[in-house]
Design a protein around this ligand. Sequence first.
Ligand code: NAP
Length: 249
Amino acid sequence: MELTDRVAIVTGSARGIGQAIALKLAEVGADVVVNDIEAAADSLESVAAEIRAMNRQSLAVTADVSSSDDVARLVETAASTFGRVDILVNNAGVTRDQLIMRMSDEDWDTVLNIDLKSAFLCTRAVLRYMLKQRWGRIVSIASVVGIIGNSGQANYASAKAGVIGLTRSIAKEVGSRGITANAIAPGFIETRMTEQLDEKQRQELLQRIPLGCLGSPRDVAEAVVFLASEEAKYITGQVLNVDGGMAGA
Ligand code: NAP
């Protein structure tokens, strides 16, 4: 699989899964615009430097992807620097867990805006370029929780289920223009998002994963690269679970 000279934007790529995706895309030849919020600017610049050390081009753009203006600036900067936008990976996401009876309006809105609205804003902005190019790959990181639900995560599960609906709709709207849209539904992956689990929670979780371990960011990145590749040109509107068998079990 190779993506030589393709231009990718990966949101929320200063750390975790997004960082692994950005590095893997560069490894197979893509130039990568990495993005994260202002507070993560230093780590983001390190990811861009790591990509440049791989002899690929990279640009670090801080932007809050839940803001329409920031997203416009992010995508315009990418397009004016590289002349095209081939791949969008909607990865930025947050959790604000709480039982629904105690969930505040703010926790609902924050998660819906950063995990779902961002995917809509970024997709709308990149489509302008992809439609002209008649080639594009949109890969959005959903979650197994968006498929099976999770106690304490009504906001997050709703946002991730929304990402799946958005993906299937985009696939239908722009399929005739050589643009595919797919989602990946990771299970539990070793990142900052899962490091708060205590030992008891971790053991209970492992009972529910047929492959018996948490996944790594790299496991998700491999699936993204496949869906972004030429080889995946006849796959669209799909959700690929990268969850150790969890959702099917
Ligand atoms: P992470 O380590 O917290 O990384 C998420 C990144 O997104 C962080 O760098 C974060 O920046 C950034 N971000 C947050 N708000 C943003 C905004 N408004 N604009 C731009 N960037 C923003 O989490 P992760 O585990 O790698 O998760 C990546 C994606 O995978 C998320 O969509 C998540 O929902 C999904 N996922 C994760 C798991 C898992 O087990 N880890 C499972 C299923 C799905 P700051 O940290 O500086 O806030």
